[in-house]
Design a protein around this ligand. Structure first.
Ligand SMILES: NC(=O)c1ccc[n+]([C@@H]2O[C@H](COP(=O)([O-])OP(=O)(O)OC[C@H]3O[C@@H](n4cnc5c(N)ncnc54)[C@H](O)[C@@H]3O)[C@@H](O)[C@H]2O)c1
Length: 386
């Protein structure tokens, strides 16, 4: 019989509702006991909307209640506060589910990993697109040489083409290196290329460009990267906030088929498509049979999202395993973010493992500094001349 886990939400803004709905989806396994926000009105309104008995502005009080510390703290605050809040929870003995991006830098991730290891209390990171049935199916079939397998992945494209108007950046923590840690690479496209990494495995090297073209931010508003994976597969990764027809797309060309998912903020099996290579119909037939079987036997597993990830986390906690996505796995995604910035700002190829203590992009995602001032000044001169 599964244990009943007591949950706490820290930060009751936009994304907190998805966490509250996820907890509510597992009655008997999960209960939301406390909501904390620096803004008392927000915490009270949120608690009222979600039927949470206790709310407040003091995290220490929430961690020190009469029934002992909660089992799981969901950290839904702006990125700059993630690591200090997570450390406070770990030291109280509460496991952490941390919204993306987990930290502002690799150095911060390593500090948090050290506390997690020392306290023996796990941190998992919200990367909810790893958890729909389509992603599980691709992971199962990739690399398989059986007739219904996809074979080896060769070529991939990964595009996060989103649109955020100037007004989006009026929220004080957005578009600033010191609070958000980056632009669409760190905050938006990270969902898509985290899914890509979970499908293709470890990345090996990256070459990238980043631009500051149109939005009132200190960070990039677009980046483009070319990534080579450890097994040789190659991917292009585009992260944009400037794209009026919005889409989130991953396309994999494998030895046996092209597999694509195109959605915006979450997918079901309807968003996936498979096209078999000539003579490889078995793989497409097997894919479609699995889609039908999933719809019949486990429809609740089809959609990606916070509920799907929380389901996997509760299963892992019950089994005494590290809940997914572990902070160590998330670190590999954050290392790709740091490498994209390092390549874009300094030129050249960046290899996995290169950015460690002492490297300028280890402590800060903007590392040696974004080159926008030069770019903007040059653009102004060209405009003035015309
Ligand atoms: N997984 C996803 O799909 C997804 C989607 C949107 C946002 N996010 C992430 O969720 C996080 C929050 O984003 P949001 O859009 O909900 O932000 P938001 O600004 O809407 O809400 C943040 C809330 O945190 C509170 N807060 C700030 N600092 C705090 C602190 N130290 N202690 C307690 N409360 C504090 C604020 O008062 C505010 O109510 C960010 O890391 C963001 O990247 C994830």
């Amino acid at each position: 019989m599964a244990d009943l886990r007591r949950h706490l939400i820290i930060g009751t803004g936009a994304i907190a509702g998805a966490h509250a709905s996820a907890v509510a989806a597992f009655p008997g396994r999960s209960t939301l006991e406390f909501a904390v926000d620096l803004d008392a009105d927000r915490a009270r309104d949120f608690a009222g909307r979600h039927g949470i008995a206790a709310w407040g502005t003091d995290l220490a009080a929430a961690l020190d209640g009469p029934d002992g510390p909660p089992d799981v703290a969901h950290i839904c605050t702006p990125p700059g506060s993630h690591v200090p809040l997570a450390i406070q929870c770990l030291e109280a003995g509460t496991a952490v589910l941390l919204e993306k991006p987990p930290a502002l830098s690799l150095a911060e991730v390593d500090r948090l990993l050290a506390v997690s290891d020392a306290t023996g209390t796990p941190v998992s990171v919200v990367f909810q697109h790893r958890f729909g049935a389509g992603a599980h199916r691709v992971r199962r079939l990739l690399g398989s040489e059986a007739p219904e397998g996809l074979g080896r992945a060769l070529v991939a494209t990964c595009e996060t083409l989103w649109f955020r108007p100037d007004a989006y950046f009026e929220v004080p923590w957005r578009g600033k290196w010191e609070v958000e840690g980056g632009g669409p690479t760190m905050g938006h496209g990270i969902h898509q290329f985290d899914l890509l990494l979970s499908l293709l495995g470890s990345w090996d090297e990256v070459t990238a460009l980043a631009g500051h073209l149109a939005r009132p931010t200190a960070t990039e508003d677009v980046s483009m990267a070319v990534v080579r994976f450890a097994d040789g597969a190659m991917a292009s990764v585009v992260n944009s906030l400037l794209s009026p027809r919005e889409t989130s797309l991953i396309r994999l060309d494998t030895e046996r088929a092209t597999v694509e998912v195109e959605h915006l903020y979450g997918y079901t099996d309807e968003h996936w498509r498979i096209t078999a290579a000539p003579g490889q119909d078995a793989v497409a037939d097997a894919w479609r049979a699995d889609v039908d079987e999933t719809a019949r036997t486990a429809p609740e597993t089809v959609a990606s999202g916070h509920t799907a990830q929380l389901s996997a986390i509760l299963d892992a906690l019950d089994a005494g395993e590290v809940p997914p996505v572990s902070l160590r796995d998330a670190r590999e995604t954050l290392e790709l973010v740091a490498a994209i910035y390092a390549s874009a700002f300094t030129g050249g190829v960046v290899r996995r493992g290169e950015i460690g203590p002492g490297h300028p992009f280890y402590e800060r995602m903007e590392g040696t500094g974004a080159p926008w001032r030069t770019t903007v000044a040059a653009a102004t001169r060209v405009g003035g001349a015309a």
